[in-house]
Ligand binder design. Sequence first.
Ligand code: NCD
Length: 334
Amino acid sequence: MSFKGQHILSVKQFDHDRITQVFDIARHMAPYASRKKRTKVLDGAILGNLFFEPSTRTRVSFGCAFNLLGGEVRETTGMESSALSKGESLFDTARVISSYSDVIAMRHPQAGSVAEFAEGSRVPVLNGGDGANEHPTQALLDLFTIERELASSGQHINGMHIAMVGDLKFGRTVHSLSKLLCLYRNIRLTLVSPAELAMPDDIISSLCNAGHQVVISDKLEGHLNADIVYQTRIQEERFPSKAEADQYRGKFRLNQEIYTRYCKSNTVIMHPLPRDSRIEANELDNDLNLNPNLAIFRQADNGILVRMALFALTLGVENIVKDYECAVPWYSNK
Ligand code: NCD
């Protein structure tokens, strides 16, 4: 079972063994991510980083992960600055960029677009988010984070209680994460959203078929005593207008006072980021920043490790990363 040369388009490609393999390699990437060591295992390799939709962390972390393995990154951002806006097909773009690159990471606003692109690509394509459909690398880093955070209090993914909150209709991160959770046992999922932004039925059915207990609510009260609270942003860009998204903003706010009152003392707070910190939304208040159970920045850091692992695997260098190590001569306080 090898990832070498494969596209990573959906979490459906993963089973327990594959997840374990990715996470083992991700853990071994920590010294490089923290600049204790360097590796040049991908020296000469080129990542085509194509982001046709807004992104900060995912785009930069794909790029940094590749750089940290010694590779180079060539990037294009925004639909308007790409030839797609001149009517070029995804297939043609893929044919060309894949001859310039060794691997491609791509984000695009249309569901299914990254898979369509992959058909024209001669190199592995990693899905960085295709519309409201999937975000497999985020789901893997979320799962990695959940496993790590729970382990610190002796808990496991099997048997946990997770509350997913916010825009569960358009949020691709919660779609992909839920599909991965179907591989585990005996999970309690509380899905909190406005009725209009509920988790798609097919995902709820998969969760129920996996034997999980699913509770659906349009109120946050009474549902915060979970092991993990996974908060999400209203995905304004998927709504027909800003005014429609505005109706739902700010409905499920979490701050330290609410946390103290309703969460468990060790409830882990996650969010794929960006959190919408505008006053009308403020889904995770800044007063949580000092809460040790706020895992959002550890979660984003874990993204580097997981993406490094995925690049190493798809390019077939996962076992020789150490052979290309060298020293870090510059100051680093990481
Ligand atoms: C998420 C996304 O783009 O789906 N962000 C991310 O990749 N970390 C979530 C969001 O934008 O709200």
